[in-house]
Design a protein around this ligand. Sequence first.
Ligand code: GDP
Ligand code: MN
Length: 381
Amino acid sequence: MDLYEYQGKELFGRYGIPVSEGRLATSAQEARAAAAELGGTVVVKAQVLTGGRGKAGGIKLAETPEDAEAHAGEILGMDIRGHTVTKVWVETASDIEREYYLSLTFDRSAKQPLFMITTQGGVDIEEVAATSPDALVRLHVDPLEGCHPWHARRLVYGAGIEDPSEQKQVAAIVAKLYDTFTGSEAMLCEINPLIVTPDGEVRALDAKVTIDDNALFRHPDLAELRDVDAADPLEALAREKGVTYVRLDGDVGVLGNGAGLTMSTVDVVTFVGGRPADFCDLGGGGDAQGVVDALEVITRDPQVRSIYFNIFGGITRCDEVARGILQALEQMGIELPIVVRLDGTNAEEGRRLLGESGAANVHPEATMLDGARRAVELAAG
Ligand code: GDP
Ligand code: MN
């Protein structure tokens, strides 16, 4: 479960991580009152469960309560990457000297929590990892040993933080972030940016927290923070239709049968340089209607430029899948290119059906890798 920034900050506050004072507002008038109460310059921030709010225009500084009201009016109702803004967080604005990045996530392959820190914060961390990997310091913590002052020192020195007061503050935040992470059974606690003010004060300016769904029963106070309205609208539609669907942020719609094959398909699309738009699993024994439902969900995502069907027929019969594709094409008038790789039970029959249909946007491919390449090409073209 993802927490909103304001909820994450509230959680940080409980564990002693410094955050700015703020108020939640659901209307422009409330934002104005909040700004008046806080006094001075405030920042009005869209509360949505997605990143990049700054770039999308969802974060604005306001010098007066009137400004705050006007900005909140613009931000409320705004669509940020498919999420409608219904709440804004109004907090005392900070002066920023430097922006760092600090996160603690669960590294599944190492089976240990992993700290990451860099003094090049504020921007997309993936960008830092890609362009200056040396600037990103990584350190695992053995969960049986726990987090000790030496972990914090390693991170602080590794990142090249030189000012002694800053070192001390960041080290304290490292320890408290570990407490937050373990105390709330989080999968991710990310502070981007962790700022240094001109007065040398270190503070969390943003909060991204994901709680382990499987541990929520132990944290009723966190469980009740779940906002059912805010679930991704496509994921909600999928749940309604009984389609197993997880939205990702690329442009190649991925559809497979079985979680393993679908996961591999996502990997292969990434491997050939593409970006999957989703993970969609038809499951075993998928029928034509299941295919139609899945396609309806996938094509509802405006980012999708091509679709890759990767089916290995076992219980699922490939001819049935082909019928589903053709039925969906007919019912929904899909114009997006659809790459289809059918293998296994009744694959020949399935390919024959697709071939005979003469649908110009259906592209059969024989192997998983070729199919991925084709789908990525078509998404780009
Ligand atoms: P995100 O874009 O969704 O990650 O939202 P953030 O909360 O990280 O804010 C994005 C950027 O807005 C930050 O990196 C800052 O540059 C800027 N920003 C946010 N809050 C303040 C503030 O209080 N003062 C100033 N000057 N800039 C801010
Ligand atoms: Mn941020």
